[in-house]
Design a protein around this ligand. Structure first.
Ligand SMILES: [Zn+2]
Length: 177
């Protein structure tokens, strides 16, 4: 699994805090609130601990097949509303045995598989891969009609560039399918 980028952390000390430590996201940053009397060592230890907790929470909330399926439904509703076929995949699931493709779709049984190699990527990249596979439920081939539908997703080109960049950097033959 690719290591997630370390977020920018802002530590805020509060004299009013005695023991409690809390953390929350603020855009790209993570704000960690600690008691004013913490030593530097305690600060480092708690920042690491809170980052781990936040990461685990993110993982739980987005890495399940259920979440992936509801994400697919939202995308189909938003971008492919007039194509009911796209809103009815039989299944959408994360797979770990798909090494050369980000995602795949079998239009005959209407199943979609998404490689867990993209789990750590930004949501807008995951959305692109999902939408790409959903469009295959409507247009199986990579025809002009296919790309016109995919192009409804505003960040489609950016996401393709992102994925190409990763393929190039990793030296893998990853591709869209
Ligand atoms: Zn494709």
């Amino acid at each position: 699994m690719a290591a997630a980028r370390k977020p920018v952390v802002e530590v805020r000390r509060s004299e009013r805090r005695r023991r409690t430590v809390s953390a929350y996201r603020d855009g790209e940053r993570v704000v960690v609130l600690i008691p004013g009397q913490f030593s530097r060592a305690e600060e480092r230890e708690w920042v690491d601990r809170m980052l781990e907790r936040l990461a685990a929470r993110d993982e739980r909330s987005r890495r399940t097949d259920t979440e992936l399926t509801s994400r697919a439904h939202r995308l189909a509703e938003r971008y492919l509303a007039e194509h009911p076929a796209a809103s009815r995949p039989a299944s959408v699931s994360w797979v770990s045995n798909q090494n050369s493709r980000w995602g795949s779709c079998t239009p005959t049984d209407r199943t979609i598989r998404i490689s867990d190699r993209i789990m750590d990527m930004p949501d807008w990249v995951i959305d692109y891969v999902l939408l790409h596979e959903l469009v295959h439920l409507v247009v199986p081939s990579h025809s002009a009609r296919f790309w016109a539908l995919v192009g409804r997703y505003p960040r489609a080109e950016r996401a393709r560039g992102y994925l190409e960049g990763i393929s190039a950097a990793g030296g893998h033959a990853f591709h869209e399918d």
